[in-house]
Each structure stands twice: as C-alpha cells, then as structure tokens.
Design a protein around this ligand. Structure first.
Ligand code: FES
Length: 273
C-alpha cells in the first residue's frame, strides 16, 4: 500500500467508522491504538475483508458495549476496535482463538518483564503459563423468545467503587481502580475471568471491598487499597486458572477475608476475621 492510498483509507475510514478525530484526522491516545487502526486498514486493503464487513463487526462491538451498560464516551473505543478485529480475523480464518490468546499472553509476559522506560520485546522461549481452553458457550432463551449465547466463565471479580470505597474526600483509602482494569486487560484471561466495577456492595465501613466469585466460591475481601493487593488477587486467579483446581487464599489476603452471607452449611463461606 502506498502512502497516499493509506492516507486515503485513513481519511475515508475515519468518517465511515466515526473515529475519535480532530480537524487534522484521527487522533490516538496511545501508540497501540494507531497500530490497531493501521492493522485493520492494512488487512482490508489486502482484500481479507471488505469495509462493510469491518463496519458491521465494529458496530456490533460498540452496540454490545452499550448493552452491557458501559460508558458511551469514546474512552474504550479502541478496545472495541481490537475486539472487532479479533472476531473478524477469526471469522476469516486468518488466526485462531488459541493463537490470539497465546500471543496476548506472550506480550503480557514481555510487558511484566520489561524495566520501566525500555522498549517491550517478546522474550525468547516464552511458554504459556496455563493452557488455553475454550470457555463453554451456553444458549439462553430470554422471555421475549430470543435465544442468546453467553460464555460460561471460571470466575468474576466485583470491585466496589460506590459511595465509600475509594472516596478519599470522605476519609476512606484511595482505590487502585486503574490497576484492577489495566492488569485485567494485560493478563490475557478476559475470556475466562470477568471484571466488573460496581456500585456499593454493602459493607461500606470495610472499604475498599471486593467480591471474588470463583467456580462457585464467594470470597469477600476488605482493605484492598494498594497495587500490591491487586497483584495478590490476580496472581491467585492466574494460579487457579493454571492448576484447574481450588487453591488456598494466600495469607496476605486471608487476613482480610470476611464473611458476608449467612453460612449455608455447604462450606462456601469462611469464618469472619
Ligand atoms: S461503597 Fe463499597 S461497600 Fe459500600
């Protein structure tokens, strides 16, 4: 593709896809966004998919985000762009889901092992730490008769960002919310483990509160105030995904685990601390 044809595509694409832009053209907050944009343009220009196919996939991702109640302020635009691109390259059999997953894991590993300020490079000999497996899909019929497909996952983390958690102006500790979001994206387990930033979960005096649901277990933690605490939680999740079995909660977290629900007698809730 020549420079001028690439620029034509950029200009036309910017209009077609309602990209974040200013008077000079598309704007990118980070280099990876420009790379994702260029990748879609390049694959389209090589004939792997049409612009109409691309526009349909991107529109579906943006609509799904609205359905999930995510903010419609453009801040996640390029995450939806990448999700659309992944689905389209899989639909066109340019890459399989396991390949994409493993490559993301390799980049996440590279990121974690690169000193601050240095260029991130893949590490030779990297091996995935836990096996990729498809999360099963489940068909569910809604009350209006429409059948929808959902992914059955291993677990889910609810991070409270309600009326007290993270509200330093009320005297509560700061909440490492960005760390929760960034690590969840970086670690590459989004298809097996979901993250929700929630409103008040209830036990406000214990701010900052998180609820970890994992393979039928409910685990509540308080005073999750530091980036190191986020590492502890996600490291535990990664080990549990890797080992495909239940693990003990590490001591640093166990001391902040508390009981939230009435004990049903099936051992789901641990004793209060
Ligand atoms: S605001 Fe977090 S538990 Fe109420």
């Amino acid at each position: 593709m020549t420079t001028s044809s690439a620029l034509d595509l950029l200009a036309c694409g910017a209009e077609l896809w309602e990209l974040p832009r200013d008077e000079d053209g598309p704007v990118f907050a980070e280099p990876w966004q420009a790379q994702a944009f260029a990748l879609a343009v390049r694959l389209s220009s090589q004939g792997h998919f049409t612009w109409r196919e691309w526009a349909d996939h991107l529109a579906a991702e943006l609509a799904a985000a609205v359905d999930r109640g995510e903010a419609d302020d453009g801040s996640e635009y390029y995450h939806h762009w990448v999700a659309a691109l992944e689905k389209l390259v899989m639909a066109k059999r340019l890459a399989g889901e396991p390949e994409l997953y493993e490559r993301k894991e390799a980049w996440a590993d590279a990121y974690r092992h690169t000193p601050h300020g240095q260029p991130v490079q893949l590490r030779p000999g990297f091996r995935i730490r836990y096996q990729y497996r498809h999360s099963p899909l489940l068909q569910v019929t809604r009350v209006d008769g429409a059948t929808k497909t959902i992914r059955v996952q291993d677990g889910h983390l609810f991070v409270c960002s309600g009326c007290c958690c993270g509200r330093t102006e009320k005297g509560f500790p700061a909440l490492p919310l960005e760390e929760f979001k960034q690590q969840w994206k970086r670690r590459g387990f989004r298809r097996r483990f979901h993250l929700t930033v929630s409103g008040c979960l209830g036990p406000c005096p214990l701010a900052n509160v998180v609820l970890l649901q994992f393979r039928g277990r409910s685990m509540w933690f308080h005073s999750i105030n530091r980036a190191e605490d986020v590492n502890l939680i996600y490291d535990w999740v990664e080990r549990a995904l890797q080992e495909e079995s239940d693990l003990d909660v590490p001591a640093e977290l166990a001391s902040r685990q508390f009981q939230r629900y009435l004990d049903t007698g099936n051992g789901e809730e641990s004793a209060a601390h």
